[in-house]
Ligand binder design. Structure first.
Ligand code: PBG
Length: 322
């Protein structure tokens, strides 16, 4: 007790503070999300300053930049030319994600992660096929499996199903294995909440549901034990990695998941989290240090990997302080 114990002794010098540091954020922890589309110019996303929808060639250039910054991975989202009821552009051999994967595989050594969901590809914006005004789980599974296989064929190292369909991991695992892709990993969006923090992403991916919402398949924001069940089931189904999404408003879930499961854990700092911090920094309401602080909080809670639109920016900063 005081005066014997003085916490400030170890806080006195910058070098001592560094020595005492319990949590480290490195570029190796980061994944950069990339939106790709078949178009000639990059397109600004008004609600996500600094984030774009890229033509394929530009996406490959950004991939190279990401690699040069020391970030190990990108996660790809596609905006197709044509949307239809079942989202059939999602599994096209020459779909925008498939084409980008092939180029990135040939021109970089990045770990290529692909988001596997139908919401960007369906004309109604839901994450699967609609029957009786609801998403038909088991019909959707077949389409997710086809999509994952087509991504693996094009070079995805990790497929990341994000639709919160029951059985998606086991169905995709089965599809991949039957088609010779037993070394393609699955990063399941295992604990994904029906969050309003996805608003800006839906502008970016044009994936706002045209009717209803996603509460019939994504988890209610009130749930905690249910997240444990979701994670458990995905482990049993063969997921290689788990994910909690969003990140900062769900640090408790990240903590519980990292305490209870020994799989690598990703956290997705989503578009709304990005927007809040980006705008606050832009308006000079807060210093840009809040960005690193937000990522450290996610790491401290137990995430091993952070998917963030700030990845490039933070990597540049980390490089400087190395
Ligand atoms: C697709 C998907 C979404 C996000 C990632 N994959 C949107 C959603 O579920 O509505 C959100 C990412 C973000 O907000 O940054 N299912």
């Amino acid at each position: 007790m005081f005066p014997i114990n003085r916490m400030r002794r170890l806080r006195d010098k910058e070098s001592t503070r560094r020595l005492m540091s319990e949590t480290k954020l490195t570029t190796d922890d980061l994944v950069y999300p990339l939106f790709v589309e078949n178009r000639s110019e990059r397109l600004e996303i008004p609600s996500m300053d600094g984030v774009y929808r890229y033509p394929i060639e530009d996406a490959v250039d950004v991939g190279k930049e990401v690699e040069d910054l020391g970030i190990p991975a990108v996660i790809l989202f596609g905006v197709p030319e044509k949307k239809d009821r079942s989202g059939s552009s999602a599994w096209k051999k020459n779909g925008v994600v498939q084409k980008t994967l092939r180029k990135l595989r040939d021109e970089t050594n990045l770990t290529l992660i692909s988001d596997v969901c139908l919401c960007e590809y369906t004309d109604h914006g839901h994450c699967g096929v609609i029957k009786n005004e609801t998403v038909d789980n088991d019909e959707t599974l077949k389409l997710l499996s086809k999509t994952a296989v087509s991504h693996a064929e094009s070079g995805a190292d990790i497929v990341a199903p994000s639709g919160m369909m029951d059985g998606m991991v086991t169905t995709i695992r089965d599809g991949l294995d039957k088609n010779g892709f037993n070394s393609t990993a699955i990063l399941s969006y295992s604990a994904k909440y029906a969050s309003s923090f996805y608003g800006p992403f839906r502008d970016a991916a044009e994936s706002t549901p045209s009717f209803g919402d996603r509460r019939g398949y994504q988890m209610a924001v009130t749930q905690k034990k249910e997240a444990v069940r979701e994670n458990n089931l995905d482990v049993l189904e063969g997921a290689d990695m788990l994910m909690v999404k969003p990140a900062m408003p769900y640090l408790d879930i990240i903590k519980t998941t990292s305490d209870q499961f020994d799989l690598p854990l990703a956290a997705y700092q989503v578009s709304g989290e990005y927007n809040m911090l980006r705008e606050a920094v832009k308006n000079n309401t807060m210093s840009d240090k809040v960005i690193e602080e937000s990522l450290l909080s996610i790491k401290r809670a137990g995430a091993d990997i952070i998917i963030t639109y700030f990845a490039k920016e933070i990597a540049k900063k980390l490089k400087k302080t190395d």
